[in-house]
Ligand binder design. Structure first.
Ligand SMILES: Cc1ncc(COP(=O)(O)O)c(C=O)c1O
Length: 387
């Protein structure tokens, strides 16, 4: 492995790390110690609220604060991110901005490597007139850029893909896709759940239209805090049908329909935000911001390169791209019986998971030491030998 980078891994701030080697950031990040304090602050404040003063004194601003913190991690501008209950709702909000029926521009381009929720949501849109083209993956690891670009034409309204696939860690070329889509009058959405916090993002350079994701994985946040980025100059052109009173220009006027959307990213909100979830994600977001995504990505690339070399030297099948520019921060290694191997590794305090057809998913994050990464791969080598 190339020499270790010297920076504060903040290990003492994550109690979970004492229980073993945590290589699960693609699924569930470890909880920062400071979350307990943050949740106590929430309970404390709640005990002292009477009724609407909760909104006036803290709850209303909380969504904006968390949205702007996430925006900073995504290298996006303030006012471009609206928190959402989860990534599936964030995608549904975007889907609800399109009229597919009796529209010549009704095609959604997706890929076979996207997260299943995303596929279900697009499939459901076909009931209201959308044509869904799922770009195939021949090897189950990659989707050739050329195939994605060829699927985009003048009938395409949206290209919606995983930036980094949960299945193989394959990373798409965002800039090339946006360039082609915009040339054909289509918009582009990337699901960055598996890249935000571990891979540098350039939404402004890419001129990307939408980003969706959540905080539970690489951002060391908790569950039930998703987010949606919408390109600032596009926001006002859209009127999501998935809506609610929080998206209204004057929410506390409790005006009758029709809806009058606010002129900000809040127009993509729905109802009361998950306030406890917002409190729970703040410490993790702060740590990620302080460590810095640039540092995290460099560390990730150094370790995943070594892991892939190690795997190939041992003759294992790696189900992630070999080129560092084509992958995210996880490495997938094929094993015949994934669940059994995960159990055996867990018994040795190595925490990874598996997916059908893919094998193990292994994800070093900034808080892991090189020693841990070496030890985990060494234990895996012992187990592979004894199969
Ligand atoms: C790439 C990707 N997108 C979406 C999701 C699901 O997100 P949510 O549960 O917030 O809808 C996941 C969860 O594992 C994921 O890995």
């Amino acid at each position: 492995m190339k020499p270790e980078t010297n920076f504060n891994r903040r290990r003492e701030e994550f109690p979970t790390l004492a229980s073993g080697i945590h290589l699960l950031s693609h699924s569930l990040g470890p909880v920062p110690r400071a979350v307990r304090e943050s949740m106590n602050a929430y309970a404390e404040a709640w005990e002292h609220h009477t009724s609407e003063d909760a909104w006036a004194t803290s709850w209303w601003e909380m969504s904006t604060e968390v949205g702007d913190r996430i925006a900073r991690i995504l290298s996006a501008e303030p006012g471009s991110v609206q928190v959402q209950p989860n990534a599936s709702i964030a995608l549904s909000s975007v889907a609800s901005c399109f009229d597919f029926k009796d529209n010549d521009r009704n095609k959604i381009v997706t890929s076979a490597l996207d997260f299943p929720s995303m596929q279900y949501i697009w499939d459901a849109q076909s009931r209201i007139g959308a044509t869904v083209e799922v770009v195939h993956s021949d090897d189950g690891i990659t989707v050739p850029l050329k195939h994605i670009l060829n699927a985009i034409d003048d009938t395409t309204c949206l290209v919606a893909l995983s930036h980094v696939s949960f299945r193989s860690s394959y990373r798409v070329d965002a800039r090339a896709i946006v360039e082609r889509a915009h040339k054909h009058g289509a918009l582009v959405l990337l699901d960055i759940y598996q890249s935000a916090g571990a891979v540098e993002l350039f939404p402004r350079d890419w001129e990307i239209d939408f980003l969706i994701g959540g905080t539970i994985k690489w951002l060391c946040g908790g569950p039930a805090c998703g987010y949606l980025y919408v390109r600032p100059d596009l926001q006002k052109e859209l009127a999501p049908r998935l809506t609610g009173w929080v998206a209204h220009a004057e929410p506390f006027a409790f005006a009758e329909a029709p809806m009058s959307y606010v002129d900000s990213v809040r127009r993509f909100a729905q109802g009361t935000p998950g306030i406890p979830a917002l409190y729970s994600v703040l410490p993790g977001l702060q740590i990620i911001e302080e460590v810095g995504v640039k540092t995290i990505q460099a560390e990730s690339q150094r370790r995943t390169e070594w892991m892939i070399d190690f795997a190939l030297e041992h003759g294992w099948k790696v189900n992630s791209p070999r080129d560092v520019n084509d992958r995210g921060a996880s490495v997938m290694i094929y094993v015949d019986d994934g669940p059994a191997m995960v159990t055996r590794l867990n018994e040795r305090k190595v925490f990874v998971d598996c997916r059908p057809g893919v094998g193990l998913r292994i994800s070093p994050h900034f808080f892991n030491t090189d020693e841990e990464v070496r030890e985990a791969m060494g234990i895996l080598a012992e187990m592979m030998k004894s199969i």
